[in-house]
Design a protein around this ligand. Sequence first.
Ligand SMILES: Nc1ncnc2c1ncn2[C@@H]1O[C@H](COP(=O)(O)OP(=O)(O)OP(=O)(O)O)[C@@H](O)[C@H]1O
Ligand SMILES: [Mg+2]
Length: 351
Amino acid sequence: MSYLELAGLQKRYGGSVAVDDVSLSVEKGESVALLGPSGCGKTTTLRMLAGLIQPDRGTIRVDDVEITRLAAHKRNMGYVFQSYALFPHLTVSRNVAFGLEERGIGKAEIARQVEEGLALVRLDGLGGRRPRELSGGQQQRVALARALVIHPSVLLLDESLSNLDAKLRDTMRHEIRSIQRSLGITTLFVTHDQVEALTMCDRIAVMNRGRIAQIGTAEDIYERPATRFVAEFVGRANALPATRDTEGKVVLWGAAHPVAAPPQGAFDLFVRPQRMRIVSASEPTGGETVRVTGRVLRSVFVGDHVEVLVEGAGGQLAVEMPSGTTAPTEGAEVAVIWQAKDSLPFACEAA
Ligand SMILES: Nc1ncnc2c1ncn2[C@@H]1O[C@H](COP(=O)(O)OP(=O)(O)OP(=O)(O)O)[C@@H](O)[C@H]1O
Ligand SMILES: [Mg+2]
């Protein structure tokens, strides 16, 4: 049994299901990201964990104790709300102290821990202000300090870095990750940001429509997406409409390729743009390589890479070339190649 166990959690609002059937096991000290589109049930899952709403079905266990119906304030969970939820009439320091005061800790000790908490989120010296005197990103960090100072048994973070600028976000990611690791805090981390999920967490649970579509390491999810939804949602992918020939080989852009097609039904071949390479149209390729030819429609410099859009007999595809390499000019006839193993067939969704 893992430290945190969610089993068959379900929550309905009226006729519609917000969380359908979520089961998840998280080890002590592990950090798991909940990644998924808006409305898929991430916040609802965290709120059930924190005890702010009751599930209609399912159980929550922490350290082998069932807490499904336990009052929120008895759970020792640090929760950073998507909307911060600071107390507007209290100073920053009193906001951070809130959970400590509830625990009956002495004044001097509280003051020390609040100072420590504020330093951690780089807000030293701002303890006397009210939340309305802070920027959105600063308010978010107050909420983070408030959750961390209680040394929670489980830390629940809901988009907790979304309002910070790119540089501060990067710093905070590393700080939270190292606090989380050094204190061994079991963490569930909701984010829309894939880089955040990849850098902050040991495992990622991709959610869709109230369910977990796939859970695994970043590499599992990216390299071996279990469903079409996961392949589309995590990272970028070309979805290339394909057919099969009489031998069951994939036919793409008018030619057969050394890739096995699924036995039946319409399908697309998913290929990551970074796995594709552009070579001159006349360059021969062999063996386990897929090769299609087309014409360059556009080359766009996007900072860390150049995006090249190629059009051929079967439509368009995007190739990401590392910047620094010479991108082909618009209108050039080129071949696009990739390894057969980098092609993942997924059935087309029923209309
Ligand atoms: N109190 C509520 N009453 C009715 N419906 C709700 C309530 N809270 C959430 N929902 C619905 O439940 C679904 C899941 O909501 P939830 O807030 O969990 O999504 P989310 O994954 O956190 O999305 P986002 O990324 O936009 O924050 C949504 O369709 C939402 O409209
Ligand atoms: Mg949410």
